[in-house]
Design a protein around this ligand. Structure first.
Ligand SMILES: O=C(O)CCC(=O)C(=O)O
Length: 281
């Protein structure tokens, strides 16, 4: 039986803790996850989501000290780490005006030895023309990546998505077409729409017959209460584990074979009809 020991770390952010303290605290939590295959963190836990005024100042480069600290923590625990998302900058070269830097909301996946193996730049930017939609560049690439076991054998393929992406089912279809069996959603989803977070996570699991791992922020970002309710949903839509609000951790051993058996026993994915408009007209 192929299993994945998953730890979801629903960490908080309140804007008052200095970033180096926040980083140290979260890296220590990751380093404590010995025995995990995959640890997941939420969106913008270091910068603050809904705090766009902080993004230029706190933007980081993926080869900088913050990712190095998290890589050391992943290596120490011997786990893959979905490190959540960061405001990533590309400064376009020395001497360029920092206010004109390009920014992305970028998810980072590190392997068991701390090597950065995948980078996913959020494709769907939230804000309807303001905030993230105004200040952050849109990613263009879907990212699915194979994880391995402790002996280096293939374990499963994870597909990466961030927060608002959850509302766009076609993106998740693209991820399963790239082999994803486990869909990981890192988020800063606000409390007032938490029912959407829950329902959409279940919907993405059912329609794709895949595990969905949802890691939301706790605490307050930019004065907005985050909804928490991180969850792990199975490939028939069953909620395997669910957190409440605030700081919380989930630990679940997922039976990866369930994806193949659900897809074999109820093979709806084989009935997809691409180009359906053409068929209907
Ligand atoms: O879609 C939503 O309701 C929340 C999305 C969001 O907060 C985000 O992508 O940052």
């Amino acid at each position: 039986m192929a299993v994945l020991d998953v730890r979801v770390l629903q960490v908080d952010f309140d804007g008052t803790r200095p970033p180096d303290e926040q980083l140290e605290r979260v890296a220590a939590l990751v380093a404590a996850q010995e025995g995990a295959d995959l640890v997941v963190l939420p969106e913008l836990w270091l910068h603050g989501a809904f705090a766009p005024e902080r993004w230029q100042e706190t933007a980081l480069s993926l080869d900088g000290p913050e990712i190095a600290a998290l890589a050391a923590a992943a290596r120490s625990a011997g786990t893959h780490l979905h490190a959540g998302t960061f405001v990533e900058h590309s400064d376009g070269g020395a001497g360029r005006d920092p206010s004109s830097r390009r920014l992305w909301n970028t998810a980072v996946l590190l392997n068991r030895t701390g090597e950065l193996v995948a980078r996913y730049r959020k494709i769907h930017r939230f804000g309807f023309g303001a905030g993230e939609a105004e200040l952050i560049e849109a990613g263009v690439d879907l990212v699915a990546m194979e994880l391995d076991d402790r002996q280096g054998r293939p374990l499963c393929t994870v597909g990466l998505a961030t927060c608002y992406d959850l509302r766009f089912p076609e993106m998740f279809r693209g991820l399963i077409d790239r082999g994803a069996e486990v869909l990981v959603v890192s988020a800063a989803w606000p409390l007032p729409r938490i029912e959407h977070w829950e329902s959409l996570g279940v919907a993405r699991a059912i329609e794709n017959q895949a595990f969905v791992i949802q890691c939301n922020d706790g605490g307050r970002h930019g004065g907005l209460d985050m909804g928490g309710h991180s969850r792990i949903v199975g490939p028939t839509g069953e909620v395997i584990a669910s957190a409440s609000r605030g700081c919380s951790q989930l630990r679940v051993t997922v039976d990866l074979d369930a994806v193949a058996s659900v897809r074999r026993d109820f093979p709806v994915l084989g009935d997809r009809r691409l180009g359906v408009e053409a068929v209907l007209t």
